[in-house]
Every structure is written in C-alpha cells, then in structure tokens.
Design a binder for this molecule. Structure first.
Ligand code: MET
Length: 753
C-alpha cells in the first residue's frame, strides 16, 4: 500500500501578487466583474495545476478565496451582518461590502486568526437565520474536476470553530441550525464524487477545548457523520497539540489531522502511549507550514517512522502542519539573497516538493541519498559564519552581565521632571507622520539609483524640518522626527541589522488584498552601525523641545519576522535585544534624551496555550528591559502598544518599566480604562485619544471627554495626550487638523486640572 500526501491550503496571492492586483483593479473599476471572475479562475486553476505537478495526491478546494475563507463560510451559511441583509447575499458586491465597508455601512470587524498574522472577518450572528446561499464550494469542486481532472478535497471550517470565532449572543441556537446545513453542503459534495472532505476545527487546540466542548463535538459530528453518506470526513487541527487527544481521536469521523510540528511534543507522545484508532486515517502534519526553512528530511523521516509505529501505512497521510497561506509562494524568484540563505529557504512550492520527496521515499520511489542531498543545503547555512558570529556568541555567553534594571521609577520621574519641565498632560505623537506619495516616490528613486545618497538624505532632512516646524507651530510638547526614511517599522531595522534579510517576493496575505513581507532572521543578529542616530540628531538640532528617538523593540521585530528555527526563539529575541540596546546607547550618547522603543506586537505573540504565557512574557519583558536599561535615570524611555486585550498582560506591561507608555485605545476606550481601574499604574501613560484609522477629524469636545474619562482613573500627573498610533497612513491636512484639536483639548483640560 502506498502512503498518500495531502495539502491543507495554498497561498492565494500568487507568485507576484497577481491575486492582489486583480482584486484591486476590480475595486478600482478597471476591470469588469466578468473579467475579474475570469482572471481569478486562471489564478485558481494555475495553483491547482502546480500542486498536481508537484505530486500532491489530495488537493484542497475552498482554500482559494476572494478575500477571506471565514467570510466565505459565513456567507455560505447566510450569516451576513444584519446591516447587509437588504443586499443580495450571493452577489460579489455584498461580499466585498461586508469585507471592506460600503458607503453607508461599516465593514465586519477583523481579527487575527489564532496565533498567525492572517486576519479573518468576524462573523456576526445577530438574529440571523442560517440558510444556504450559493454553494460556491461545490462549483469549485466541479471546476477542478472538469478543467484539470482533479478529484479535490473540499475544505470547510467546522461549525464549532466558526461559531466560536463569531460575535453574537445566540451561539448555541445558531450552531444547532447550522448542523443540517453542513450536512446538506457535505452531501452535495459527496454526491458530486468528493472522496474526502476536510473540516477544520483549530478550536480544538486552544484552552477552550474542554470536556464540555468535546461532548458537544461528539454529538454534532455524530449527526453529521450519520447523515452524510458516500464520502469520508476528516477533522483537521493545527498550530498546536490537542490536549484532549483521546476525545479528538474518538470523534465519529473517518480521519483526524494533527500537527506534529507545532506540537509541544504532546500529540506525538499521546500517539505513542495511547495509540491511534484502527478504523481511522491519520493525516500527519510533518512539514512546517508556518516557517520558511527547508525541512530536515532525514529528521522528518524519523518522525514519520515514529508515527508509523502507531498507524498502519495505508492509514497514514503526510501533509504540511497547516495551510500554506502563512508562507510566501516560492523562493525561486529570490535573486538578491545570499545563496546560502536562499539555499535554505522553503516557501509553499518548495514545501510541497519536500512533501512529495518524503512521500516518494516512503513509497520506495526515492533513495535515502536524495534526502541527504536535500538536507545538505540547510547544513551549509548552519555551519557558515552567518549563523556563527563570534561577537554575538561572546555577548550571549555574558547575557546576564547586561543590566536589565533601572533605578526606581519614582526617582527617575523626579529627575526627568526636572530635566524636561513639561506641562501637565503633555502632548506628543506616536512617531510616524504621513508617508505621502512623494515620500515613497523619492525612496523608490533612491533605491533604483536615480537619486544619490546625498540627494536622498537632503530630501529626508527637508521633510523632517518641515514637520518639526509643523509640530512647533501646533505647540506639541514632545516632538518626533516623523520616520520618513522608513518603509515599515520592522523592515527598516531588518534591512540594517546583520543576520536579517529582506526578500523581494516573500509576501504573505495579512488581510484582504494587503500583504506583508516579513523579514527573514537567518543568522546571528548583530548591529554593526547605528541605524537611526543621523535622523534623530538632525531633528533634535532643529528644536529646543525634546524630540523622541524612535526604535522598534526586539519582541516586535521577532514576532513580525520569519525566524531561524535552529535556535530557540528566545535566544534570537535576546540577540535582538543586544542590538537594540546598542542603538539606544548610541542615541543617548548623541544627546537624545527621550527614546521610544515600540512593542506593538507584544500581546499578539502570546502562545495559544496559556500555560506557556509566563515563559513568553518573562522573556519579552527581559528583552525589552535589556534593550532599554542602560540609559541614565533622567533619560526617558517610552514605549507604544497597539490595541489588544490588556487585562491578560497588564502586569507584564508594568514590568517593562518604561517611563511612559502609549496605548492604542480609541476603539475600546471604556474597556481599557477599566483594566487600569483595577490596577494602579504609576508610570507615565497616554491612552490614545483619537482613532488614527479614520480620516475623520475629531471634535475638541470628544477629546476632552476622552481625556476626562481617563483622568477619573489615572493620575493627571502621569497622563499624556497622544493619538492612538502612528500617523503614516493619514493625509497631511487631516493630520494637522486633528493634532490642532488634540492640543486644544489638552490645553483646556490642563486649565481645569
Ligand atoms: N512609531 C511607529 C509609528 O508611529 C509605531 C507604530 S505601531 C504599529 O508608526
């Protein structure tokens, strides 16, 4: 019997982001709906063809989406937000209106998919009566069969996960009503000839998956299985091990998918000790679907052999650990990378090749030599200087000798008050000012060599000067240089630090058509030259007021990059902290008296399993403190964080020991202030007073209200007034107008305080 392989999802965006371009040209009205559908079909079919060519046996259908597969599932079951009910549920217009907002209606809320940087649209249950709309999945199944002869494996998010991720009061009721609809969809696919159908239930890896949930799951899948005939159902989990292994594997379905890469060792252990039911198929995630490194196939063979001790060959399917939408499409087009780095990379296409080779090996169609040869490319990177920088290793050996503790916060505050003599409720911004078309055009010219280094520097300095003048005339108290020299707050540092590469086409979908290109941390991280001193010093030379130095912190650089996997993440984090520490020192030595180290990604890096939180937070806090603790007590350290649920991590935030923290809040003002009510926070704090995601200019009264509300809980001596986040995506005049209102609001609150 041969061992089969399977895929869980292929990146939609295309090698050169063709998908994004098609979407955006449709939104702009450059192509008609028919042209749009035709172009999307070509992209979709080419992705299927590629997977077929790479030797994948079970190719999934339904992972391709025009925006987001959770939205697809919600629409399939008629779960449209109430404000869109008047619109035709089957139309493309409605679909995109929900995703992006229409002239009259706001879009659905967006949030991160488990611990990834992929954002899904949150289904709103409201008073919805679930019903089936057009069964797009069925059409796609037919399309693959007719056009390419592929008997695809339809993929659908399961009812438990779908409901858990939705907003609404009546979850149980909706869930009950969904079950017959799932049965109907599955049966239509079965009747069309689908041999396997995959139902994703990643909810089963979270801490919410308790006995009660599995009890419900048993009942629901009992019904689904009983009523769906002539097909095989597979329940798929990913991103972590399933604590309730026994419950999961006894669900009444035909196959179970487990992630053996992000496993914390538990699923494998359970498989070894408790075995695997003989009447089921195990779909084993053995190729890392979350990272960009080549698998070590010889090690993977060992893993598969261990799995084979518990499962018969003909009951095993090999696959990536999760959908490949979390990695870029192909490493083949990366022409600018060091060959050692490129040689060790594996994006989606390469991962499928790995899978195919591995399957061939187990089916006696490939020799062990082929695996050895495959693994040697990554070995070359491992033994190279890139991963063995003695300066970094020496520093890491003495990690404890780098201080992480500053003098007591109260004492620092006294010294800093004396040094800066700021007014009550000081005003500032988060760092970036509008990245206008012109700023981007100039940077592009410089990158292409059409501007000399000198010309580009002169341009950036002109922008800095313009905005220092604007900030002076707005009478802001603490200024920033504006970050005009930065494309992106992580990419900028990734580009400058040794050991981190920026790819050319390494894009992954973040939300909708928006893609990000995470830097690749491939080697030991080292700061060889100061990264931000020039611009900061120039900006400070133009004003008597303090201008904040502006850095991205180690936790955020780590969380927004692809990270080498030969070291524990915490080691890479600590390496990063040593580089940021050096930069902080360089800024201080150059006379910069306030330094902001942004950590917007601190909260989102929390592991899925709560038992791992303490370790993560302890490392994050230490890395931040190591980055910042070298400065004099009267140098003021700021940090900034983006909106998230702070209740969970408020102690860690306090432990960062930053002199001033600013937090994005305007979308959850009440809730956030509430967290601080219960926790007495005694350092400088600015809760964003207006939303920067909207072009709307706030009114002074609104902002006064926001400030006053915060002051009911927080000490006015500690409160700062600032917008929610950086202003890089805003227009120039709306930025100036909004800041004018903000300063006026701060002044009037100051008088009253
Ligand atoms: N300093 C950065 C900025 O103002 C912080 C952004 S946090 C996502 O853009």
């Amino acid at each position: 019997m041969t061992i089969k392989n399977s895929n869980l999802g292929y990146p939609r965006i295309g090698e050169k982001r063709e998908w994004k371009k098609t979407l955006e040209s449709f939104w702009k009205g450059d192509i008609t709906e028919q042209q749009f559908e035709e172009q999307m079909k070509q992209i979709r079919l080419s992705h299927l063809q590629k997977q077929l060519d790479k030797g994948i046996d079970l190719i999934q259908i339904g992972d391709f989406s025009y925006y987001d597969h959770i939205l697809d599932t919600a629409v399939l079951f008629g779960l449209l937000p109430e404000r869109f009910w008047k619109q035709d549920a089957d139309s493309l217009q409605t679909y995109f209106d929900i995703a992006r907002g229409s002239r009259d209606q706001v879009a659905a809320e967006m949030t991160k998919w488990f611990n990834t940087n992929y954002h899904y649209l949150v289904p709103e249950l409201g008073q919805a009566e679930p019903r089936l709309t057009k069964n797009r999945l069925l059409n796609l199944y037919h399309e693959a069969k007719e056009e390419l002869g592929i008997n695809g494996k339809p993929v659908l998010v399961g009812p438990l996960t779908l409901i858990a991720l939705s907003k609404g009061e009546n979850k149980d009721q909706v869930l009950q009503k969904l079950i017959p609809l799932y049965v109907q969809v599955l049966q239509e696919l079965a009747d069309a000839g689908a041999e396997w159908i995959q139902i994703d239930e990643p909810l089963f890896v979270t801490s919410d998956a308790d006995d009660a949930l599995f009890l419900k799951a048993k009942e629901i899948y009992g019904t689904i299985k009983r009523e769906t005939v002539n097909t095989k159902l597979l329940i798929q989990t990913y991103f972590e091990s399933v604590e309730q292994y026994d419950h999961l594997v006894s669900l009444p379905v035909d196959g179970i998918g487990l992630d053996f890469v992000y496993d914390s060792g538990k699923s494998l252990q359970k498989l070894q000790t408790a075995g695997f039911p003989r009447d089921k198929v195990l779909a084993a995630g053995v190729i890392d679907g979350r990272n960009v490194w080549k698998a070590n196939l010889q090690k993977t063979v060992k893993l598969v052999n261990t799995i084979l001790e518990a499962v018969d060959r003909d009951r095993l399917i090999l696959q990536p650990s999760c959908s490949l939408i979390h990695v870029p499409v192909t490493a083949e087009n990366e022409k600018k990378l060091d060959p050692l780095v490129k040689g060790a990379l594996s994006f989606a296409d390469e991962k499928l090749e790995e899978l195919s080779l591995l399957t061939k090996f187990f089916n006696f169609e490939a020799e062990e030599g082929a695996l050895k040869e495959y693994d040697s490319a990554a070995d070359q990177l491992s033994t190279s200087k890139l991963r063995n920088q003695s300066a970094v290793h020496d520093a890491m050996k003495q990690l404890d000798s780098f201080s992480t503790v500053r003098p007591e916060a109260g004492l620092r505050r006294k010294l800093q008050n004396k040094r800066f003599s700021l007014p009550l409720l000081p005003t500032t911004t988060i760092g970036s000012f509008p990245q206008t078309k012109e700023v981007r055009a100039q940077r592009l010219k410089w990158k292409k060599g059409e501007l000399t280094e000198q010309q580009y520097t002169a341009y950036i300095e002109e922008e800095i000067k313009k905005w220092i003048d604007i900030q002076e005339s707005l009478e802001l108290d603490v200024l920033v240089h504006g970050e005009f020299e930065r494309t992106d707050m992580v990419e900028f540092f990734g580009d400058k630090l040794t050991g981190i590469a920026i790819t050319t086409f390494g894009w992954v979908q973040s939300y909708g058509s928006r893609c990000v290109r995470p830097p690749v941390i491939y080697g030991d991280v080292l700061l060889e030259e100061a990264m931000t001193v020039k611009e900061s010093v120039f900006a400070q030379s133009l004003s008597e007021k303090p201008v904040k130095g502006m850095l991205t912190g180690p936790v955020t650089i780590l969380n927004w990059s692809f990270v080498r996997n030969d070291l524990p993440k915490s080691t890479v984090l600590h390496q990063l902290s040593l580089s940021i520490r050096k930069e902080v020192q360089a800024l201080e030595q150059a006379g910069i008296a306030m330094i902001q180290v942004d950590e917007p990604a601190l909260r989102e890096g929390l592991p899925l399993k709560s038992e791992k939180w303490n370790e993560y937070l302890a490392d994050a806090v230490t890395a931040f403190k190591r980055s910042t603790a070298s400065v004099q007590p009267d140098t003021q350290i700021h940090t900034h964080m983006c909106y998230s649920n702070f209740e969970d991590i408020i102690e860690a935030i306090d432990a960062l020991d930053a002199d001033v923290i600013s937090i994005e809040t305007s979308r959850s003002h009440g809730e956030l202030i509430h967290s601080f009510e219960k926790y007495s926070y005694e350092k400088g704090i600015g809760l964003g007073v207006y939303d920067i995601h909207s072009p709307r200019i706030p009114t002074k009264d609104e902002l006064v209200l926001n400030i006053e509300r915060a002051l009911q809980v927080l000490d006015p001596e500690l409160f700062w007034v600032n917008p929610d986040c950086g202003l890089k995506t805003r227009g120039v005049s709306e930025t100036v107008e909004a800041l004018k209102v903000m300063v006026a609001a701060a002044k009037s609150c100051r008088e009253k305080a």
